[in-house]
Design a protein around this ligand. Structure first.
Ligand SMILES: Cc1cc2nc3c(=O)[nH]c(=O)nc-3n(C[C@H](O)[C@H](O)[C@H](O)COP(=O)(O)O)c2cc1C
Length: 155
């Protein structure tokens, strides 16, 4: 199953998790970058309004890609706006999308519901969903969590 890892990271924890996950899966790893300037507050306001942010195009070959793993921080109980914007704007029909959230230990219920809704609209299938609490986590902890999720994905 051809898999790619896509992530958004503002402060670096999600990037570490995503890179470790990509390495464990032997998958390409793509960071989401904003194509417009926007503060965290601005991004959160956009999320509250249901608006996307413009993202730089990814060098991702969608042809033949079966599965995507999206790694995204939780902000205010929801996935950070760039991750939601990516899901809304991508050709996900028929693909499996697994999610690895990073968070500070808060509830993930709303985030899971939001992602499931977008994937249903896109005709994609929600795969495994996990979360890594990055608060006070050392790099080795982040890597261990990424490896555990890679094992879930490998079945
Ligand atoms: C603006 C903001 C809002 C956040 N809101 C939540 C939240 O609602 N629940 C939670 O568990 N963690 C929350 N966090 C913690 C982040 O999800 C966590 O630190 C994440 O790993 C950051 O990823 P990054 O280092 O890749 O940017 C928030 C962090 C920021 C900066």
């Amino acid at each position: 199953m051809k898999t790619a890892v896509v992530y958004y990271s503002r402060f670096g924890s999600t990037a570490k998790v995503a890179r470790a996950l990509g390495k464990a899966l032997g998958a390409e790893v793509h960071p989401l970058e904003l194509a417009q300037r926007c503060s965290i507050l601005g991004l959160m306001i956009r999320t509250a309004l249901g608006k996307s942010v413009r993202l730089a195009p990814l060098k991702l070959d969608w042809q033949g890609l079966d599965r995507l793993v999206l790694c995204a921080p939780i902000w205010g109980g929801l996935p950070a706006n760039p991750a939601l914007s990516f899901l809304r704007a991508s050709p996900l029909k028929g693909k499996v999308v697994a999610i690895l959230f990073t968070c500070g230990g808060g509830s993930l219920a709303q985030a899971k519901t939001r992602v499931a809704g977008i994937l249903a609209e896109q005709g994609a299938q929600l795969g495994p969903v996990e979360a890594v609490n990055t608060r006070k986590a050392r790099d080795a902890d982040l890597e261990a969590k990424a490896l555990a999720f890679a094992n879930v994905l490998k079945g």
